[in-house]
Design a protein around this ligand. Structure first.
Ligand code: ATP
Ligand code: MG
Length: 169
C-alpha cells in the first residue's frame, strides 16, 4: 500500500475529471458522512443530480455543511472536480476559516482511461472531457501555491488501487 498522509483534521479536495474515480475512491476510503458530493447536493436542492443550473445553490449548501463539520473538528472530503482555481480557492478559504488544513488528492489518470469509463458513466461529449483534461493539466502544478498543505497525485490506475489514507496528528 502507498500511504497518503493527511492531517487527521483536514478538508480534502478530490481533484479530477469526470470518470477519474473520485466518488469510487471516496466510498472506499472514507465514511459516507465524511464525503460531501456536489452531485448529492445538486440532488438535495433540485431533485436532480445532473441539473447544472442547481450548482451554485448546491455548493452553498455543501459549504454550509462543511463549515459545521469543520467547526466541530470533523474531517471532511469534498467530492467535486475542482478543476478551476476559483473552485479550489473556495475550499481553501473554508478550511482556513476554521484553522483546518486543506489537502488535495489528485486523480491525474491517462486520458484513455477516463475516456473509456466515460462511455458508460456519464457519456459526456468528447470535447467536454478534453476541456476538463486540459484544465486538470494546467491545475496540478499550482495546487501547493494555492494553499493546499499536502498534494497527493495519483497518476495511474495502479497508483489509485495501491493508495491508502494514513492519518497524522
Ligand atoms: P464524476 O466526476 O463524473 O462524478 P468520478 O471521478 O466520481 O466521476 P467515479 O464515478 O468514481 O468517477 O468512476 C467513474 C466510473 O469508473 C464508474 O463507472 C466506476 O465504476 C469506474 N471506476 C472508478 N474507479 C475505478 C477503478 N479503480 N477501477 C475500475 N473502474 C473504476
Ligand atoms: Mg463522482
Amino acid at each position: 500500500m502507498t500511504k497518503l498522509a493527511i492531517p487527521d483534521l483536514s478538508l480534502v479536495a478530490l481533484v479530477g475529471v469526470s470518470g477519474s474515480g473520485k466518488s469510487t475512491f471516496a466510498r472506499t476510503h472514507f465514511a459516507p458522512t465524511q464525503v460531501l458530493s456536489s452531485d448529492r447536493f445538486r440532488g438535495l436542492v433540485a431533485d436532480d443530480e445532473n441539473d447544472q443550473s442547481a450548482t451554485p445553490d448546491a455548493f452553498d449548501a455543501l459549504y454550509y455543511v462543511a463549515d459545521k463539520r469543520l467547526r466541530a473538528g470533523r474531517l471532511t472530503v469534498v467530492d467535486a472536480m475542482h478543476l478551476h482555481r476559483e473552485d479550489r480557492a473556495k475550499l481553501v478559504a473554508a478550511a482556513r476559516a476554521r484553522d483546518v488544513l486543506p489537502v488535495a488528492i489528485v486523480f491525474d489518470l491517462p486520458e484513455a482511461v477516463t475516456r473509456r469509463r466515460n462511455a458508460e458513466h456519464r457519456a459526456l461529449p468528447g470535447h467536454v472531457l478534453r476541456r476538463q483534461q486540459e484544465a486538470l493539466r494546467r491545475s496540478v502544478r499550482h495546487l501547493a501555491k494555492e494553499g493546499f498543505r499536502k498534494v497527493h497525485v495519483l497518476s495511474t490506475v495502479d497508483d489509485v488501487a495501491a493508495a491508502g489514507i494514513e492519518y497524522e496528528k
